[in-house]
Design a protein around this ligand. Sequence first.
Ligand code: NAP
Length: 374
Amino acid sequence: MSTPYTLRWGIISTGWIASMFVKDILISPTTRDVNDVVHKVAAVGSRAVKSAQDFIDKYASGDSSIKAYGSYSEVYADNNVDAIYIGTPHTFHYENALAAIKAKKHVLCEKPVTCNGAELRSLIAAAKQNNVFFMEALWTRFQPLALEVKKISESGVLGDPVALHADLSADFGIDTLDKGHRILAPELGGGGLLDLGPYPTIWAILALYEHPSNKKAQPSSITGAMLKTPITGVDRSTTWTVTFAPNSPSDPNKLAAQAILSVNINVASNNTGAAIRYEKGIITIDSPLYLPKSFTVQYFEKGETVKTETRKFSHVGHGLHFQADEVARCIRDGKTESDKWGHDKSLLEMDIFDEVRKQGGYKFPPGVEKVQLS
Ligand SMILES: NC(=O)c1ccc[n+]([C@@H]2O[C@H](COP(=O)([O-])OP(=O)(O)OC[C@H]3O[C@@H](n4cnc5c(N)ncnc54)[C@H](OP(=O)(O)O)[C@@H]3O)[C@@H](O)[C@H]2O)c1
Protein backbone atom coordinates (compact mmCIF):
# COMPACT_ATOMS: atom_id res chain seq x y z
CA MET A 1 0.00 0.00 0.00
CA SER A 2 1.36 3.46 -0.88
CA THR A 3 2.07 6.08 1.76
CA PRO A 4 -0.98 8.25 2.47
CA TYR A 5 -0.85 11.90 1.44
CA THR A 6 -0.43 14.20 4.46
CA LEU A 7 -2.24 17.54 4.45
CA ARG A 8 -0.74 20.10 6.85
CA TRP A 9 -3.42 22.36 8.33
CA GLY A 10 -3.24 25.85 9.79
CA ILE A 11 -6.21 26.50 12.08
CA ILE A 12 -7.65 30.00 12.24
CA SER A 13 -9.38 30.77 15.54
CA THR A 14 -9.84 28.77 18.70
CA GLY A 15 -13.63 28.72 19.07
CA TRP A 16 -16.07 25.86 19.40
CA ILE A 17 -16.25 24.58 15.84
CA ALA A 18 -12.47 24.88 15.36
CA SER A 19 -12.02 22.60 18.38
CA MET A 20 -14.48 20.07 16.96
CA PHE A 21 -12.72 20.13 13.59
CA VAL A 22 -9.27 19.61 15.10
CA LYS A 23 -10.44 16.76 17.34
CA ASP A 24 -11.95 15.06 14.28
CA ILE A 25 -9.03 15.41 11.90
CA LEU A 26 -6.67 14.02 14.55
CA ILE A 27 -8.67 10.77 14.69
CA SER A 28 -6.94 8.10 12.62
CA PRO A 29 -8.57 8.06 9.15
CA THR A 30 -8.38 4.25 9.21
CA THR A 31 -11.26 4.30 11.73
CA ARG A 32 -13.44 5.44 8.80
CA ASP A 33 -11.77 3.15 6.24
CA VAL A 34 -9.72 5.99 4.76
CA ASN A 35 -6.18 4.92 3.88
CA ASP A 36 -5.08 7.40 1.21
CA VAL A 37 -4.92 10.67 3.19
CA VAL A 38 -3.98 11.78 6.71
CA HIS A 39 -4.12 15.13 8.49
CA LYS A 40 -1.50 17.01 10.45
CA VAL A 41 -2.18 20.17 12.44
CA ALA A 42 0.88 22.33 11.75
CA ALA A 43 -0.18 25.66 13.29
CA VAL A 44 -2.96 27.33 15.27
CA GLY A 45 -3.62 31.07 15.08
CA SER A 46 -5.63 33.09 17.55
CA ARG A 47 -5.95 36.75 18.42
CA ALA A 48 -4.04 35.80 21.59
CA VAL A 49 -1.07 33.43 21.59
CA LYS A 50 -2.15 31.98 24.95
CA SER A 51 -5.47 30.88 23.45
CA ALA A 52 -3.59 29.21 20.61
CA GLN A 53 -1.33 27.33 23.02
CA ASP A 54 -4.23 26.41 25.34
CA PHE A 55 -6.09 25.09 22.30
CA ILE A 56 -3.11 22.91 21.27
CA ASP A 57 -2.75 21.64 24.84
CA LYS A 58 -6.43 20.79 25.10
CA TYR A 59 -7.28 19.45 21.65
CA ALA A 60 -3.95 18.27 20.21
CA SER A 61 -2.40 16.71 23.35
CA GLY A 62 0.06 19.60 23.63
CA ASP A 63 1.89 18.41 20.47
CA SER A 64 5.08 20.53 20.53
CA SER A 65 5.46 20.31 16.75
CA ILE A 66 2.38 22.55 16.35
CA LYS A 67 3.16 26.27 16.21
CA ALA A 68 1.02 28.58 18.37
CA TYR A 69 0.62 32.06 16.89
CA GLY A 70 -0.92 35.20 18.38
CA SER A 71 -2.18 36.36 14.99
CA TYR A 72 -3.85 34.84 11.96
CA SER A 73 -1.36 36.39 9.51
CA GLU A 74 1.53 34.36 10.95
CA VAL A 75 -0.38 31.16 10.09
CA TYR A 76 -0.91 32.30 6.50
CA ALA A 77 2.84 32.99 6.23
CA ASP A 78 3.96 29.63 7.69
CA ASN A 79 5.70 27.54 5.03
CA ASN A 80 4.79 24.34 6.87
CA VAL A 81 1.08 24.99 6.31
CA ASP A 82 -0.65 23.78 3.13
CA ALA A 83 -4.30 24.51 3.90
CA ILE A 84 -6.11 26.95 6.17
CA TYR A 85 -9.26 26.08 8.11
CA ILE A 86 -11.30 29.19 9.00
CA GLY A 87 -13.57 28.95 12.07
CA THR A 88 -14.22 32.63 12.80
CA PRO A 89 -17.75 34.18 12.87
CA HIS A 90 -19.41 34.62 9.45
CA THR A 91 -18.57 38.31 9.13
CA PHE A 92 -14.81 37.58 9.21
CA HIS A 93 -14.84 34.75 6.66
CA TYR A 94 -14.31 37.06 3.70
CA GLU A 95 -11.29 38.91 5.05
CA ASN A 96 -9.71 35.77 6.59
CA ALA A 97 -10.19 33.68 3.44
CA LEU A 98 -8.94 36.46 1.17
CA ALA A 99 -5.78 36.91 3.25
CA ALA A 100 -5.13 33.15 3.19
CA ILE A 101 -5.72 32.92 -0.56
CA LYS A 102 -3.41 35.86 -1.23
CA ALA A 103 -0.74 34.00 0.77
CA LYS A 104 -1.31 31.13 -1.71
CA LYS A 105 -2.83 28.80 0.86
CA HIS A 106 -5.67 26.40 0.12
CA VAL A 107 -8.80 27.24 2.13
CA LEU A 108 -11.64 25.41 3.86
CA CYS A 109 -13.98 28.05 5.29
CA GLU A 110 -16.83 27.47 7.75
CA LYS A 111 -20.43 27.92 6.72
CA PRO A 112 -21.97 30.26 5.74
CA VAL A 113 -18.93 30.80 3.56
CA THR A 114 -19.56 34.55 3.28
CA CYS A 115 -22.24 37.11 4.16
CA ASN A 116 -23.44 37.51 0.57
CA GLY A 117 -22.94 36.29 -2.97
CA ALA A 118 -20.79 39.27 -3.94
CA GLU A 119 -18.19 38.41 -1.28
CA LEU A 120 -18.18 34.81 -2.46
CA ARG A 121 -17.72 35.77 -6.13
CA SER A 122 -14.77 37.92 -5.11
CA LEU A 123 -13.20 35.04 -3.13
CA ILE A 124 -13.69 32.55 -5.97
CA ALA A 125 -12.03 34.96 -8.38
CA ALA A 126 -9.10 35.41 -5.97
CA ALA A 127 -8.77 31.63 -5.50
CA LYS A 128 -8.70 31.13 -9.28
CA GLN A 129 -6.14 33.90 -9.71
CA ASN A 130 -3.89 32.34 -7.06
CA ASN A 131 -4.56 28.78 -8.25
CA VAL A 132 -5.56 27.50 -4.80
CA PHE A 133 -8.29 25.15 -3.62
CA PHE A 134 -11.25 26.86 -1.97
CA MET A 135 -14.32 25.27 -0.37
CA GLU A 136 -17.10 26.02 2.10
CA ALA A 137 -17.04 23.60 5.05
CA LEU A 138 -20.45 22.07 4.34
CA TRP A 139 -19.50 18.88 6.12
CA THR A 140 -22.92 17.22 5.84
CA ARG A 141 -22.47 16.85 2.07
CA PHE A 142 -19.47 14.55 2.62
CA GLN A 143 -20.99 12.22 5.20
CA PRO A 144 -21.49 8.65 3.95
CA LEU A 145 -25.24 8.98 4.61
CA ALA A 146 -25.52 11.94 2.22
CA LEU A 147 -23.53 10.12 -0.45
CA GLU A 148 -25.90 7.14 -0.15
CA VAL A 149 -29.04 9.32 -0.32
CA LYS A 150 -27.64 10.96 -3.47
CA LYS A 151 -26.96 7.56 -5.04
CA ILE A 152 -30.54 6.35 -4.45
CA SER A 153 -31.97 9.71 -5.52
CA GLU A 154 -30.13 9.61 -8.82
CA SER A 155 -30.58 5.89 -9.54
CA GLY A 156 -34.05 6.53 -10.94
CA VAL A 157 -35.65 3.84 -8.79
CA LEU A 158 -37.94 6.45 -7.17
CA GLY A 159 -38.49 8.52 -10.34
CA ASP A 160 -37.83 12.28 -10.28
CA PRO A 161 -38.04 14.33 -7.08
CA VAL A 162 -41.16 16.49 -6.86
CA ALA A 163 -41.03 18.15 -3.41
CA LEU A 164 -38.66 18.49 -0.49
CA HIS A 165 -39.39 19.65 3.07
CA ALA A 166 -36.47 20.39 5.39
CA ASP A 167 -36.27 22.21 8.71
CA LEU A 168 -33.48 22.89 11.17
CA SER A 169 -34.50 24.49 14.42
CA ALA A 170 -32.67 24.91 17.70
CA ASP A 171 -33.29 26.64 20.98
CA PHE A 172 -30.48 29.16 21.52
CA GLY A 173 -32.25 30.61 24.60
CA ILE A 174 -32.29 34.02 22.93
CA ASP A 175 -34.34 35.69 25.70
CA THR A 176 -31.43 35.36 28.10
CA LEU A 177 -28.53 35.14 25.64
CA ASP A 178 -25.88 37.87 25.47
CA LYS A 179 -26.89 40.23 22.65
CA GLY A 180 -23.30 40.03 21.37
CA HIS A 181 -23.61 36.28 20.71
CA ARG A 182 -23.14 35.51 17.01
CA ILE A 183 -26.69 34.16 16.65
CA LEU A 184 -28.21 37.44 17.90
CA ALA A 185 -25.73 40.11 16.84
CA PRO A 186 -26.56 41.77 13.47
CA GLU A 187 -22.95 42.99 13.28
CA LEU A 188 -21.88 39.29 13.26
CA GLY A 189 -24.44 38.42 10.55
CA GLY A 190 -26.73 36.92 13.20
CA GLY A 191 -30.08 35.20 12.80
CA GLY A 192 -31.37 31.82 11.74
CA LEU A 193 -30.98 32.05 7.96
CA LEU A 194 -27.22 32.41 7.74
CA ASP A 195 -26.44 30.22 10.74
CA LEU A 196 -28.83 27.28 10.31
CA GLY A 197 -29.98 27.88 6.73
CA PRO A 198 -27.05 26.09 5.04
CA TYR A 199 -28.37 22.74 6.31
CA PRO A 200 -31.91 22.68 4.86
CA THR A 201 -30.36 24.24 1.74
CA ILE A 202 -27.74 21.55 1.31
CA TRP A 203 -30.44 18.86 1.04
CA ALA A 204 -32.34 20.91 -1.55
CA ILE A 205 -29.14 21.35 -3.56
CA LEU A 206 -28.22 17.67 -3.29
CA ALA A 207 -31.65 16.30 -4.16
CA LEU A 208 -32.94 18.93 -6.62
CA TYR A 209 -30.16 21.11 -8.08
CA GLU A 210 -27.73 18.20 -8.44
CA HIS A 211 -30.36 15.79 -9.79
CA PRO A 212 -29.52 14.72 -13.37
CA SER A 213 -32.99 15.79 -14.57
CA ASN A 214 -32.16 19.38 -13.56
CA LYS A 215 -28.94 19.63 -15.58
CA LYS A 216 -27.58 22.22 -13.13
CA ALA A 217 -30.28 24.76 -14.02
CA GLN A 218 -30.73 27.65 -11.58
CA PRO A 219 -34.02 27.85 -9.63
CA SER A 220 -36.92 29.36 -11.55
CA SER A 221 -38.07 31.17 -8.40
CA ILE A 222 -37.13 31.81 -4.78
CA THR A 223 -39.52 33.17 -2.16
CA GLY A 224 -38.85 33.99 1.47
CA ALA A 225 -40.49 35.29 4.63
CA MET A 226 -38.78 36.29 7.86
CA LEU A 227 -39.99 36.79 11.40
CA LYS A 228 -37.52 38.98 13.27
CA THR A 229 -36.88 39.10 16.99
CA PRO A 230 -37.37 42.51 18.63
CA ILE A 231 -34.29 41.76 20.76
CA THR A 232 -31.82 42.71 18.01
CA GLY A 233 -33.80 42.60 14.75
CA VAL A 234 -32.17 39.44 13.34
CA ASP A 235 -34.39 36.71 11.85
CA ARG A 236 -35.78 34.45 14.54
CA SER A 237 -37.63 32.30 12.07
CA THR A 238 -37.35 32.11 8.29
CA THR A 239 -39.22 30.05 5.71
CA TRP A 240 -38.28 29.96 2.05
CA THR A 241 -39.07 28.06 -1.12
CA VAL A 242 -36.79 27.16 -3.99
CA THR A 243 -38.54 26.07 -7.18
CA PHE A 244 -37.00 24.30 -10.15
CA ALA A 245 -39.19 24.27 -13.27
CA PRO A 246 -38.67 23.95 -17.03
CA ASN A 247 -38.89 27.25 -18.93
CA SER A 248 -40.91 25.63 -21.73
CA PRO A 249 -42.13 22.17 -22.79
CA SER A 250 -38.98 21.76 -24.92
CA ASP A 251 -36.60 22.80 -22.11
CA PRO A 252 -34.05 19.96 -21.52
CA ASN A 253 -34.10 20.83 -17.79
CA LYS A 254 -37.19 18.78 -17.11
CA LEU A 255 -37.14 18.79 -13.31
CA ALA A 256 -40.31 20.29 -11.83
CA ALA A 257 -39.82 20.30 -8.08
CA GLN A 258 -40.12 22.57 -5.10
CA ALA A 259 -38.19 22.78 -1.82
CA ILE A 260 -39.91 24.19 1.27
CA LEU A 261 -37.23 25.08 3.80
CA SER A 262 -37.26 26.60 7.29
CA VAL A 263 -35.12 27.51 10.29
CA ASN A 264 -35.90 28.80 13.74
CA ILE A 265 -33.52 29.82 16.55
CA ASN A 266 -35.88 29.60 19.49
CA VAL A 267 -37.66 26.29 19.29
CA ALA A 268 -36.22 22.94 20.19
CA SER A 269 -35.65 20.67 17.22
CA ASN A 270 -38.38 18.08 17.09
CA ASN A 271 -37.21 15.33 14.79
CA THR A 272 -38.48 17.11 11.72
CA GLY A 273 -35.40 16.36 9.58
CA ALA A 274 -36.13 16.25 5.85
CA ALA A 275 -38.51 14.46 3.52
CA ILE A 276 -37.73 14.17 -0.18
CA ARG A 277 -40.83 13.16 -2.15
CA TYR A 278 -40.33 11.41 -5.48
CA GLU A 279 -42.79 10.22 -8.12
CA LYS A 280 -42.56 6.69 -6.72
CA GLY A 281 -41.57 7.05 -3.06
CA ILE A 282 -40.17 9.14 -0.22
CA ILE A 283 -36.75 9.41 1.42
CA THR A 284 -37.10 10.57 5.03
CA ILE A 285 -33.90 11.88 6.61
CA ASP A 286 -33.49 11.84 10.34
CA SER A 287 -32.93 14.92 12.50
CA PRO A 288 -30.60 16.76 12.96
CA LEU A 289 -30.15 17.72 9.34
CA TYR A 290 -26.46 18.51 9.77
CA LEU A 291 -25.63 15.04 11.09
CA PRO A 292 -28.42 12.55 10.43
CA LYS A 293 -27.68 9.01 11.52
CA SER A 294 -30.37 7.23 9.51
CA PHE A 295 -32.74 7.57 6.58
CA THR A 296 -35.76 5.57 5.43
CA VAL A 297 -36.91 4.90 1.89
CA GLN A 298 -40.55 4.08 1.18
CA TYR A 299 -41.30 2.66 -2.26
CA PHE A 300 -44.79 3.25 -3.70
CA GLU A 301 -46.78 1.32 -6.25
CA LYS A 302 -50.25 2.53 -7.23
CA GLY A 303 -50.35 4.80 -4.19
CA GLU A 304 -49.49 2.01 -1.71
CA THR A 305 -46.22 1.53 0.16
CA VAL A 306 -44.81 -1.75 -1.11
CA LYS A 307 -41.40 -1.70 0.59
CA THR A 308 -39.72 0.27 3.40
CA GLU A 309 -35.97 0.24 4.06
CA THR A 310 -34.07 2.02 6.83
CA ARG A 311 -30.31 2.59 6.69
CA LYS A 312 -28.32 3.51 9.82
CA PHE A 313 -24.84 5.06 9.87
CA SER A 314 -22.18 5.50 12.54
CA HIS A 315 -18.56 6.63 12.65
CA VAL A 316 -15.80 7.47 15.12
CA GLY A 317 -15.73 11.21 15.89
CA HIS A 318 -18.24 13.96 15.27
CA GLY A 319 -18.19 13.73 11.45
CA LEU A 320 -16.28 16.84 10.37
CA HIS A 321 -13.38 14.73 9.10
CA PHE A 322 -15.10 13.50 5.93
CA GLN A 323 -14.90 17.00 4.43
CA ALA A 324 -11.23 17.25 5.47
CA ASP A 325 -10.52 13.99 3.60
CA GLU A 326 -12.13 15.52 0.51
CA VAL A 327 -9.97 18.65 0.83
CA ALA A 328 -6.81 16.52 1.17
CA ARG A 329 -7.69 14.43 -1.90
CA CYS A 330 -8.51 17.50 -4.00
CA ILE A 331 -5.26 19.24 -3.05
CA ARG A 332 -3.26 16.06 -3.61
CA ASP A 333 -4.85 15.77 -7.07
CA GLY A 334 -4.25 19.43 -7.97
CA LYS A 335 -7.94 20.40 -7.98
CA THR A 336 -9.08 23.92 -7.09
CA GLU A 337 -12.64 22.91 -6.17
CA SER A 338 -14.51 19.83 -5.04
CA ASP A 339 -16.84 17.92 -7.35
CA LYS A 340 -19.10 17.26 -4.38
CA TRP A 341 -19.47 20.78 -2.99
CA GLY A 342 -18.04 23.00 -5.72
CA HIS A 343 -18.14 26.77 -6.09
CA ASP A 344 -21.44 26.66 -8.03
CA LYS A 345 -23.22 25.11 -5.05
CA SER A 346 -21.97 27.64 -2.50
CA LEU A 347 -22.88 30.40 -4.96
CA LEU A 348 -26.41 29.04 -5.31
CA GLU A 349 -26.70 28.87 -1.53
CA MET A 350 -25.53 32.48 -1.07
CA ASP A 351 -27.72 33.76 -3.92
CA ILE A 352 -30.73 32.08 -2.28
CA PHE A 353 -29.88 33.71 1.06
CA ASP A 354 -29.45 37.14 -0.58
CA GLU A 355 -32.88 36.86 -2.20
CA VAL A 356 -34.56 35.63 1.00
CA ARG A 357 -32.96 38.45 3.02
CA LYS A 358 -34.11 40.96 0.40
CA GLN A 359 -37.69 39.68 0.50
CA GLY A 360 -37.56 39.43 4.31
CA GLY A 361 -36.24 42.99 4.67
CA TYR A 362 -33.11 42.00 6.62
CA LYS A 363 -30.27 44.43 5.93
CA PHE A 364 -26.96 43.94 7.69
CA PRO A 365 -25.50 46.97 9.48
CA PRO A 366 -22.93 49.00 7.51
CA GLY A 367 -19.52 47.32 7.39
CA VAL A 368 -20.76 43.74 7.63
CA GLU A 369 -20.72 43.09 3.87
CA LYS A 370 -17.17 43.69 2.68
CA VAL A 371 -18.28 43.48 -0.96
CA GLN A 372 -21.65 45.03 -1.73
CA LEU A 373 -24.35 43.30 -3.76
CA SER A 374 -24.86 45.09 -7.06
N1 NAP B 1 -19.96 23.30 10.80
C1 NAP B 1 -20.67 23.40 11.90
O1 NAP B 1 -21.34 22.47 12.34
C2 NAP B 1 -20.68 24.69 12.64
C3 NAP B 1 -21.14 24.70 13.94
C4 NAP B 1 -21.07 25.88 14.64
C5 NAP B 1 -20.60 27.03 14.03
N2 NAP B 1 -20.20 26.99 12.72
C6 NAP B 1 -19.73 28.21 12.05
O2 NAP B 1 -18.40 28.46 12.52
C7 NAP B 1 -18.21 29.84 12.75
C8 NAP B 1 -17.76 30.04 14.20
O3 NAP B 1 -18.74 29.51 15.09
P1 NAP B 1 -18.36 29.06 16.58
O4 NAP B 1 -19.60 28.55 17.19
O5 NAP B 1 -17.15 28.20 16.60
O6 NAP B 1 -18.00 30.48 17.22
P2 NAP B 1 -17.10 30.79 18.49
O7 NAP B 1 -17.05 29.65 19.43
O8 NAP B 1 -17.58 32.10 18.99
O9 NAP B 1 -15.62 30.95 17.88
C9 NAP B 1 -15.31 31.93 16.96
C10 NAP B 1 -13.81 32.27 17.09
O10 NAP B 1 -13.50 33.25 16.12
C11 NAP B 1 -12.46 34.10 16.60
N3 NAP B 1 -12.87 35.50 16.44
C12 NAP B 1 -12.21 36.42 15.70
N4 NAP B 1 -12.79 37.61 15.78
C13 NAP B 1 -13.86 37.47 16.59
C14 NAP B 1 -14.85 38.37 17.07
N5 NAP B 1 -14.85 39.67 16.75
N6 NAP B 1 -15.80 37.89 17.89
C15 NAP B 1 -15.81 36.60 18.24
N7 NAP B 1 -14.89 35.68 17.81
C16 NAP B 1 -13.91 36.13 17.00
C17 NAP B 1 -12.23 33.72 18.06
O11 NAP B 1 -11.05 32.95 18.11
P3 NAP B 1 -9.65 33.59 18.63
O12 NAP B 1 -9.98 34.31 19.88
O13 NAP B 1 -8.82 32.40 18.82
O14 NAP B 1 -9.13 34.50 17.57
C18 NAP B 1 -13.42 32.86 18.43
O15 NAP B 1 -13.09 31.86 19.36
C19 NAP B 1 -19.51 30.53 12.37
O16 NAP B 1 -19.43 31.04 11.06
C20 NAP B 1 -20.55 29.43 12.42
O17 NAP B 1 -21.62 29.56 11.50
C21 NAP B 1 -20.21 25.84 12.03
